[in-house]
Design a protein around this ligand. Structure first.
Ligand code: B12
Length: 442
């Protein structure tokens, strides 16, 4: 039997992500899981950000899509066309889990939650023509997980991934993770993670844990020690909080993180406006000295980039400029996204009365204004974020930031700094041009 997994386009029909250097983690992982439970199945992968996907020419009998919220309209359109040709479609992922009733209309079967416990049953049911409409995967223990399969790509990537835990100890109102992965953070055995990374053909990785060190500082130090002993010539970046950098063992944490190959950490600054930070229930994870924490990370030879939301209902016009000033003051780059209340989050319930009517889920991509704001129109907010992004990423600023990182991290942290910043700037410029083109056409 043949099975096709599809990674749907991100953003403006994939325009912003053609050059995305990260191999889609879900597809590598689901291939590994499939080979583990049904070695007789032949898997094919398509990344629709980089390859044409034409539902009229697909010959595979079973097609699986992974679905984030902004991707769902594209996926539903493709799966309706495939099903009209008699193909069977399975949908899984974050959006399907929070919107099962919507998703199941477009699929022969959906998976709610994680796939490990039910994937074999589903594939066996497909063979016996008795697919059920809904499979509930629950929260499996992360022991003896299959390894991602890395050799099936038709397109080129720079980064693979690894995952050491699922879930997040924080309960931010805008985030889907704590609901999706359950209240308890689950961790993989350290030796399994280390063996997997050592055996992988990738040299560069995104550590996709929601928090690479904030779950348990002691465990992170142990993990990094084992990585530094057993893995050579591999580097990675990941997302982390600033409170851990103020932990009594933070010097050890940063030292071993660097020795384990960590080159950059993407920090959830979340908001530059205190009222928003409170609305997002994200004050606790910053710690008090969040500016000093950034300097400390860089002193250990690790680059820092901030994730910041802006355009929330508590934010003002000045907050857009405030982010630029923050970046210039700290000589740090930021990835500003429009505050987006994703379905299934607390923020979605809070913002529900203000959601702009008639928008599809593809507007929920961090680039568009999807709710009414007390003082700014949607157009004003979208223009402001486009301008902010343009102001953050000129090449001289990128270079200046690179050299804030201590020489302890040379050259990989400096190269990573460039590799994270430069393509973002290019993608944001592409988005701005597309927005201009659309405005002119209207
Ligand atoms: C990697 C990643 C990305 C990468 C994807 C890289 C790529 N080439 O695919 C990039 C950087 C592109 C990305 C972008 C975005 N992301 Co993102 N990303 C992640 C991250 C860190 C890991 C996801 C992952 O790959 N996990 C690994 C796989 C193995 O695990 P999994 O996805 O949980 O899959 C399991 C189940 O879901 C299920 N499953 C999933 N798919 C399928 C499919 C089938 C057929 C089956 C059977 C089962 C199944 O089985 C799997 C095994 O149990 C998550 C955080 C997280 N912890 O999930 C956020 C996350 C998924 N991202 C999120 C968001 C919001 C975004 C953005 C919209 C951000 C933004 N505002 O700009 C953009 C989307 C781009 C756009 N503009 O449209 C949200 C999703 C919210 C939502 N409701 O959809 C998350 C959860 C982050 C968060 N904290 O809220 N992201």
């Amino acid at each position: 039997m043949k099975l096709l997994f599809v990674s749907p386009p991100f953003g403006e029909k994939g325009q912003m992500s053609k050059g995305l250097p990260i191999a889609p983690p879900v597809l590598e992982y689901m291939t590994g899981l499939t080979y583990r439970v049904r070695p007789d199945i032949e898997v094919e992968l398509v990344d629709a950000n980089k390859e044409q996907f034409n539902p009229d020419t697909i010959e595979t009998d079973l097609i699986g899509f992974t679905v984030l919220t902004p991707q769902s309209p594209w996926v539903y359109e493709m799966s309706d066309k495939l099903r009209a040709r008699g193909k069977k479609v399975i949908l899984g992922g974050m959006h399907v889990t929070v919107m099962p009733d919507e998703a199941k209309v477009h699929a022969d079967a959906i998976i709610i939650g994680e796939a490990e416990k039910i994937w074999k049953d589903l594939l066996d049911d497909f063979d016996h023509k008795r697919l059920k409409p809904v499979y509930n995967g629950g929260f499996p223990d992360l022991i003896d997980l299959p390894r991602p399969v890395t050799g099936l790509w038709k397109t080129k990537y720079v980064y693979g991934y690894f995952q050491t835990s699922r879930g997040c100890p924080f309960k931010c109102t805008f985030c889907s993770v704590h609901k999706f992965f359950g209240g308890r953070v689950r961790m993989r055995p350290i030796n399994e993670v280390v063996e997997e990374i050592a055996a992988s053909r990738w040299r560069l990785f995104w550590g996709i844990d929601d928090n690479i060190w904030g779950v348990n500082v002691g465990r992170s130090i142990e993990l990094y020690k084992e990585m530094s002993k057993n893995i050579r010539g591999k580097w990675w970046f990941g997302a982390g909080d600033l409170t851990s950098v103020q932990h009594p063992r933070s010097d050890e944490l940063l030292k071993y993180a660097r020795m384990a190959g960590l080159t950059a950490v993407l920090v959830g600054w979340e908001s530059n406006n205190m009222a928003s930070l409170e609305e997002y229930k994200a004050v606790g994870k910053q710690g008090r000295g969040r500016r000093d924490a950034i300097k400390k990370i860089r002193d250990y030879g690790i680059e820092v980039m901030l994730f910041i939301m802006v355009g929330g209902r508590q934010d003002t016009k000045e907050d857009f400029d405030g982010i630029l000033k923050l970046c210039d003051d700290l000589k740090v780059s930021a990835h500003p996204v429009m505050t987006t209340p994703f379905p299934g989050t607390e923020l979605y319930d809070m913002y529900r009365p203000y959601l702009i009517k008639g928008l599809e889920w593809d507007s929920f991509d961090g680039n568009h204004a999807v709710f009414e704001h007390p003082t700014m129109t949607p157009d004003e907010r979208e223009d402001a974020i486009v301008k902010l992004r343009a102001d953050i990423f000129p090449v001289p600023k990128i270079l200046q930031r690179m050299f804030q990182v201590s020489w302890k991290g040379f050259p990989m942290s400096h190269i990573t700094s460039w590799m994270i910043q430069y393509p973002q700037g290019r993608a944001f410029r592409e988005f701005a041009r597309e927005r201009e083109r659309k405005k002119c056409n209207n």
